[in-house]
Design a protein around this ligand. Structure first.
Ligand code: IMP
Length: 203
């Protein structure tokens, strides 16, 4: 089985590649298929994941996985959400982290609750699509901690682990993260191979 992992984000690609390894499938990346992905204009993680997976699947004819994910901060009424990659129009992870800290200035620790959401969409060339969702609850710290990972990882503290995502190894982050949980659902669904469900005769 050959699967295109349709992301331009190297941090996501690394996590997806590790997470998909147990399937033993051959993975292709957008480096192998250098076309431009469409703008993410959906109102939900599901919309954007489906848009990306369907688009890349049509471009290549391959079974395709896309990830849409982001951070929802309660004190910011769910921002940045689907706009996490371009929060405040800031260009780099560092700038977005600084902007997030500015927006949360003066918000006390107990009100800095947030969650990471990941939706994985798998698009099949014959038109079939499957979605997998993972959520991790946490807190936004007042200063970054840790060097690993990407994006908002240094600011996202996971109480049950006692660490930020950026203080975790790749394996540890996979255990606690939104993407790791969505991947676990995907592995469970495909553990006996990828099959398109039979059409039901009663509908
Ligand atoms: P998109 O899915 O391409 O729209 O980008 C999602 C954005 O959310 C990324 O660019 C990161 O800023 C952020 N994000 C998603 N998942 C993670 C994660 O696991 N750690 C840190 N930031 C993340």
């Amino acid at each position: 089985m050959r699967l295109l992992v349709a992301t331009n984000n190297p941090g996501k690609y690394r996590e997806l590649r590790e997470g998909l390894a147990p399937l033993g499938w051959e993975l292709a990346s957008l480096l192998d298929y250098p076309f431009k992905m469409p703008p993410e204009e959906g109102a939900s993680f599901e919309d954007n994941a489906m848009l990306k997976a369907a688009f890349a699947c049509r471009q290549t004819g391959l079974l395709t996985l896309a990830d849409d994910s982001g951070l929802e901060v309660d004190a910011l009424e769910g921002e940045p959400g689907v706009y996490s990659a371009r929060f405040g129009g800031r260009k780099s992870d560092l700038e977005r982290n600084i902007y997030l800290l500015e927006r949360l200035k003066g918000v006390p620790a107990e009100k800095r609750t947030a969650r990471f959401v990941a939706v994985l969409a798998v698009a099949h060339p014959q038109g079939f699509m499957q979605l997998f969702r993972g959520v991790t609850e946490g807190l936004i710290l007042e200063a970054p901690r840790g060097e690993n990972g990407f994006g908002y990882d240094p600011l996202f503290f996971v109480p049950e682990a006692g660490k930020t995502f950026a203080e975790m190894s790749l394996e540890e982050k996979a255990q606690y993260s939104h993407r790791g949980k969505a991947l676990a659902e995907l592995l469970e669904a495909y553990k006996d191979g990828f099959r398109i469900p039979e059409a039901s005769s009663s509908e």
